[in-house]
Design a protein around this ligand. Structure first.
Ligand code: PEP
Length: 263
């Protein structure tokens, strides 16, 4: 049972906007973190040739450990803006600090709020005023109700262009980094008009599960997926074990094509 007025969020500049919402299955891919221009261009080409229509890539990386790679910041935004022009793909990137919103919004098409900031209400209000669509990830320990209320903080500031992203929750199970709560998709679609996509890469933390979890996302009616890809996962500065290679991304794209989305 779906909410009667499900919304479509359009991402990108006019003339090359990509829809996320009912009736389409949006394929977003790119590197977990922007490392260099070459790595980003290569990952974007891999994503685009596999059929992805939106590019992801983190310039500001909120990591569990303050000693882990934190992203290359503003330099990464410039790389993303260049690749956006070169490929024509709209770009989504995470913003972790309200003070960075202006510069991030100047360079990309969609602002991501990550799992660690889902309940950062000041940040949510600020992205609500930024004039760009928002990808709101589920807090890893948040209920669906808390997540929907986080979306309300954005909407309350006048921005209704919010896409929710189920990215796994913390459970007792250590076999995967987080447990993908696949039931969140139909639960959200019944309760809310907002589109919802799935991030199998950050949920599992393991690339061997990305294709099966994508199949699950399609089967359950998700409005899309967002996946990590890297030209050389072994040297990746962030989350290499979950990144797909180009050939693996094409396999995933075939899975996307074989299973038409439920409407
Ligand atoms: C990401 O998508 O780069 C990311 C860090 O995801 P999450 O906030 O879900 O961990």
């Amino acid at each position: 049972q779906h909410h009667p007025d499900r919304s479509t969020v359009w991402v990108g500049p006019s003339g090359r906007q990509v829809p996320i919402g009912p009736g389409s299955f949006t394929f977003i891919a790119g590197p977990c973190a922007i490392e260099t221009a070459e790595q980003t261009v290569e990952a974007a080409r891999m994503a685009q040739s596999a059929g992805a229509t939106i590019l992801r890539g983190g310039a500001f990386k909120p990591r569990t450990s303050p000693y882990a790679f934190q992203g290359i910041g503003a330099a990464g935004l410039k790389i993303l803006a260049g690749v956006r022009e070169a490929t024509g793909m709209p770009v989504v990137t995470e913003v972790v600090d309200a003070r960075d919103i202006e510069i991030v919004a100047e360079h990309v098409d969609m602002l991501q709020v990550g799992t660690r900031n889902m309940a950062n209400f000041g940040l949510l209000q600020a992205v609500g005023e930024a004039g760009k669509p928002v990808l709101l990830k589920r807090g890893m320990s948040s209920t669906i109700e808390e997540w929907l209320m986080a979306a309300e903080y954005i909407a309350q500031r006048g921005n209704l262009d919010v896409v929710l992203c189920e990215r796994g929750i913390r459970t007792f199970e250590p076999a995967t980094r987080n447990t993908l709560d696949i039931s969140a998709v139909p639960v959200v679609q019944a309760a809310s008009h907002l589109p919802i996509i799935v991030d199998p890469s950050h949920a599992a933390g393991r690339k061997d599960l990305v294709v099966p979890l994508t199949r699950a996302a399609i089967a359950v009616g998700s409005d899309g997926v967002i996946v990590d890809v890297h030209p050389n996962p072994e040297t990746a500065l962030c989350d290499g074990p979950q990144a797909l290679l180009g050939t693996e991304l094409r396999e995933l794209a075939q899975a996307v094509r074989r299973l038409p989305p439920m409407v």
